[in-house]
Ligand binder design. Structure first.
Ligand code: AMP
Length: 377
């Protein structure tokens, strides 16, 4: 904020605005506060997780007074990709929004995203855009005979998706999804899934997060592990792909690329999130800079370097399961664990928190992760 009285020393006196007040905003705020950075979130949900650690502008994302208050911040970032274009237009020219609208337009639309990944020279699974009944013709053969149909917009955590292996299944799945614009992707026989984040300042300086290995359950991330088990050179290639996306898409701020790692070692980009990512939560407790600190720094133009845990570490998500509660006493008693709760009301299938665990070596980490997975339904 350009208010008088800002302390010149260090980072004090800066205010970061965030569109959205969910758990990512909460954890961004928790990383910003110790740097002397205040946080203001625009978020219509009165129970949103970030309400407890940030100034909460309780209003719709398009609210003019709320947007005026965000425009007074030093920079604005976001924690979700589906920010209304009206909100971005209202902030345009008044405050730096990082990442900006051009990048968001790509990352929130699967078809545009895949085309823009290819244009940046990054490999993806074979895909075919489905926008009319005529597009269904021959689509499955084009992607290799078996595929996943995904809505182009508003899909997340495996929602808005269907696996198909015959033309009849494809037609039925498209009808089920409401005949909205979709992408049919070839089914990838991946060996594992990995992710890597990149941050880029407005001046074009780059910094990278670590390569992280991810296991999903029912379309939702279950466990992330650092270091990822991957052939030599994988991290360098993931960085190169992330750098290509960051530069071609004009990133300011931080983005995360999710990849399929094929048994031969090739990487296919699956998705780009224009922000910190669930897989990077383990960086909170690995001893290095966290992904949240990295996003805050990149967005505000504060000093930034590669961020990487100093110790092997992992994260297990806590997702609501009806009638079952994690065994908190045992989780607490397990060495190296750090519980992170989002202060959200219980709902089955909802991300309610996560538990990070750190260990002195990979073998001990594996044992602790197995134990955590037993204690968290
Ligand atoms: P997404 O919403 O695209 O991130 O997909 C959620 C999860 O579904 C991914 O992390 C994969 O585990 C799986 N998945 C998505 N797309 C494909 C694909 N083309 N081939 C195989 N598995 C996929």
């Amino acid at each position: 904020m350009s208010a008088p009285g800002r302390e010149a020393a260090g980072f004090r006196g800066l205010t970061l605005g965030i569109l959205g007040g969910g758990q990512l905003a909460q954890m961004l705020a928790l990383a910003a506060l110790p740097l002397g950075v205040r946080v203001r979130v625009l978020e219509p949900d009165p129970q949103a997780p970030a309400r407890l650690c940030a100034e909460h502008l309780l209003a719709p994302y398009t609210d003019p007074a709320g947007l005026d208050a965000l425009a007074e911040c030093d920079a604005v970032t976001l924690e979700f990709e589906n920010v209304p274009v009206e909100a971005l237009a209202a902030l345009d020219g008044r405050v730096p929004v990082r990442p900006g609208g051009g990048l968001l337009a790509r990352s929130k639309h699967r078809a545009r995203e895949k085309e823009a990944l290819r244009a940046a020279g990054v490999q993806t699974a074979p895909f075919k855009v489905i926008e009319s009944a005529a597009d269904l013709e021959g689509a499955l053969e084009r992607v290799g005979g078996r595929g996943i149909l995904k809505t182009s917009e508003l899909g997340y955590d495996g929602k808005g998706q269907a696996r198909v292996s015959t033309p009849a299944e494809l037609a039925a799945a498209w009808a089920d999804l409401g005949r909205v614009p979709c992408v049919l992707e070839g089914l990838v026989a991946f060996g594992s899934e990995v992710s890597l984040s990149v941050a880029r300042t407005a001046g074009g300086e780059l910094a990278f997060g670590p390569l992280i290995e991810n296991v999903h359950r029912g379309g939702i991330l279950r466990t992330s592990v650092f270091p990822a088990e991957a052939p030599e050179g994988t991290e360098a290639r993931a960085r190169e792909a992330a750098r290509a996306v960051a530069e071609a898409w004009g990133l300011e701020g931080l983005l995360t690329v999710e990849f399929f790692l094929l048994p031969g070692g090739a990487l296919l980009a699956n998705e780009v999130a224009p922000r910190v990512h669930n897989s990077g939560h383990l960086t909170q407790d690995g001893g290095g800079l966290s992904q949240f600190g990295a996003q805050v720094r990149a967005v505000l133009g504060l000093p930034l370097a590669d961020w990487r845990p100093l110790l092997p570490c992992a994260m297990v998500n806590v997702v609501g399961v009806q009638g079952q509660e994690p065994d908190w006493a045992q989780i607490d008693a397990l060495p190296g664990t750090h519980v992170h709760l989002y202060h959200k009301a219980f709902r089955a299938g909802r991300k309610l928190g996560h538990v990070n665990v750190v260990a002195p070596d990979r073998g001990t980490l594996r044992e602790r992760v197995a134990e955590l997975e037993r204690l968290i339904p």
